[in-house]
Structures are given as structure tokens and as C-alpha cells.
Design a protein around this ligand. Sequence first.
Ligand SMILES: Cc1ncc(COP(=O)(O)O)c(C=O)c1O
Length: 502
Amino acid sequence: MQKRQEQSQRRVTQFGDTPPEEFRKQLHKLADWIADFREHLEGLRVAPNDKPGAVREQLSKSAPEEGEPFEKILSDVDNIIVPGMVHWGHPMFLGYFGWTSTAPGILGEILTAPLNVNAMTWRTSPAATELETVMIDWLRRWVGLSDQFGGVIYDTASVGIMHALAVAREEVAPATRKLGLADRNVSRLRIYTSDQAHSSAEKAAIALGVGEENVIRIPSDDQFRMDVNSLGQKIAEDRNNHLQPMAVVATVGTTSTASVDPVNDIGNVCREHKIWLHIDAAYGGGFAILPEYEWLRKGWELADSIVINPHKTVFVPLDFSVLYMRDLERLRRVFSLVPEYLRGDTVEAEKNYMDYGIQLGRRFRALKAWVIWRSLGRAGIVARLREQIRLANLLADWIKKDDRFELSAQPSMGVICFRFVGAAAPSPRTATAVRERADSTDGLNEINSDIVERINASGRAYLTQTKLRGRTVMRIGFGNVLTTERHLRMGWEIVQETAGAL
Ligand SMILES: Cc1ncc(COP(=O)(O)O)c(C=O)c1O
């Protein structure tokens, strides 16, 4: 056995690639590994409970001088990597936005690996380019967006919003692409978004030279939706102070509660003031596939740009985010720059996606979307999204029936925020102790945070905590296709038990 491994090692270290028959064996082994991993995932801890550095300690400090056999590498994956992971695909992973590991998604990722193309121009990757255009169009039709919107696939919504706001910046400060912002007598630019919106707006402002402090957080109402009157007032105030409104970012599915801003009203304010409207539908956008969620799209036709993350809610494995823009040519005008050495590879282009962003080299992301979307079909996607919503509502009902807990926000799509507020602990002594802690907001915050920490450290389930108006709340996000009602029931029992044991 050892001799065989040594032989294989010697062969890998020669010139060229692994011999085909060896590679075939490794692939079969890997196929079994993946199938076993998926089948036995539920038996693993959801998350490790180790201190930072625990994984690093087990890894070799320096890279190997000689090549190592695949078997050895795979065994280290088993012994070091897998136990050091938070398993986002585990059915008891209930944190963040439920993830999108599925068997067809894994197949799509595997298929992408041997092709390993660079989807920068049509010439260098005709099929990757054309499939990308078709996938963008499939999703556009599914969510009911008009064909005035063209799109581009990026890795994440954070990158999408940065590109969208770069175009918004060019519209209010023309020629910024060429001349930059410095020494041009350009007013301070302002971006408006709600106090519930994702921090990617600030990150974009940092990258674009607009400045973090020029992202103005507009207060939200009691349902965590942007207050449109405050938005109008803030824009008017800024204009009076000779500041230049550049864009408004409305959110369809905020990070903490999945609340939905009144996009139509916000869009009307943007039209009135001629301001770019970007919709961050990173999470909520996928739910627009459901006919009963048509209301979600109200006002989308007023948008200049919209980001949807199929890696959050349309079952494509990380990373896969689509930026749609009305008149996509505007994006190309800001980013197209063809270096001499690529000119020959762009001439007969249908579309060169390198022209639509700062990246030159681009992964062939469309392939995995094609595999998963064909495997599930629209009906399969709709059924799975509906099941997430059913589970979320079921959990909300259980929370309402236990008076030690309360819902902290309206259930929205697959997200439930809730909070431990009671002190029905098993012994009178602990009950008093908990009650005393629970008497103050800080005390209750600590208790809720404690519950989440203890559950996550137990390895039995994984939830997220977030803050809503200064209150720490627990948050469960659905999305994992492996999470069933049985898992949810177990998760809820773990929450109840952990809270009861405090
Ligand atoms: C509403 C919202 N927008 C944007 C993002 C950023 O997404 P990404 O990780 O794709 O950059 C998130 C992340 O969770 C989010 O919740």
C-alpha cells in the first residue's frame, strides 16, 4: 500500500499531470468521499468549539518540497479540515441566510473545475459568455424584471453594489472615470440607505472615494422599513447645504429581519430628485419567483440597478450574484478598457464580460447555475422556497405559544427574529437569578447572547444573534434543503432547553 503511494507520489512530481488511470481512481475515490460526506453530514457537529488557531496548529508551517499523494491530502481533509469547519450545509445550521448546498449544485461545481476557463471575453470563452447571458435572462424572467435590464454575474452583492454606485457616481459627476474626484470642484456626494441596510453601501462608498460618512442612514419604522418622509427631508436638507445626492439604496430583505423597504415610494422620491435608485435584493430578490410574492417587486421598474444573490435564495452554490442595470451600456461605458494584448481577442465579440467590471479574469459561474436550475426547474425552486416559508411560519407559531419568548420582528420570507424574555427556569433560585438579569435590557441582551453562544458551542445547532434597536435577539434563517420540520423541532427544543437551563 505504502509502496503504491510512493509510486504515485513519484509520478505526480514528474513533469506533466497525474497519469489518466491514476486520476480516474482518485476521482472515484473523491466521488465516494463527497457522497459519504453528504450522507453522513447530519452526524457531524455543526460547528467546532475550538479556540482560534486550533486548525493552524495542525497544519504544516511550510509548503512541501516534494509532491504528496492525494490519499494523504484527503486524509488530512478528514482529520483537520472537516472537524474545523462550521458546516453551513448541515440540516441544523440555522444561521445567517440558509445556504444553498445541494447535490446538483455540487455536480455543477465539479463540472466547472476541469473546464477551468477564463470568462473574460467572448473569444476566450464563447460558451461561458453565452451561457452567462442566458442565465442572467432566465433569472430576470423568473423574477419578472423587464428586458430593459441587462445583467452581469459577479461573486457577491458587495461587488455588485460597488459597480452600480460607480455608474451612479459617473452620472452626477461626469468624467470621474477619466479625471477622478480630486481637484474638480465636485460637491460632496451622498448615498442614502436605511438604518437596517447592509454595510456593503459603506464599503462601496469607501472604494469609490465617496467616503463612508457620506452614506446617510435613514431611520426605519416599527417594521424596520425605511421611513420615506425622513428620506425626502434628508435629501432636501443636503441639497440646501450644497451636497450632491448620488444614490438611494433600498433593501428587499434586510440582513437582520428580512424587512422590505417601500421601494415604490422610494423610487418616486428618486424620480422626483433625479437620483439613482439601487435595490439591494440580495436576499429577497429570489422570493420574487413566487407568484404570491409579486408585491415584493413593486417599484422595481423605477430602479436603475438591482442586485440579486442566487447564492442566497436561488440554490446556486457560493459565489454567484447578479447585478441588473437598466441600460447596461452605462456600466460598460464606465468600465470598458481594452489593453492592447487583448484587442485581438475582443474584435468579434458578442459580449465581453470583462468590460462590465473591474475584474479581467472571471470564473465560469454560469455553468453551476445552469446545472442546478435545470435540475430543480422553476417548480422545484418554488416548492423549496415555499417550504422554507412554511417552516419559518411554523417556528413563529411555536414562539408565540411559549410565553418565555417573543417575536422581535414580523416573520419575513425565511427569517425569524425572536427573543427570550421570560424567566420560567426550573428551580426557584435560578428563576430569581435569571429574573434579576432579565430586569434590565443589558441583562436580557446578555441572556439572549448566552443562549446563542451555548447552542453554537454545543455543536448541536447553529443560530445567529443580531441587534434590533439595541436589543440582542436570536435569529433563525431557513434555506438549507436538508432542514426539515424534524430538524426545526429539534432546534426549537434545543433553544427552549438552553434557555430553561440558564
Ligand atoms: C441584504 C444584504 N445585502 C448584501 C449583502 C452582502 O452580500 P455578499 O456577501 O454577496 O456581498 C448581504 C449579506 O448577507 C445582505 O444580507
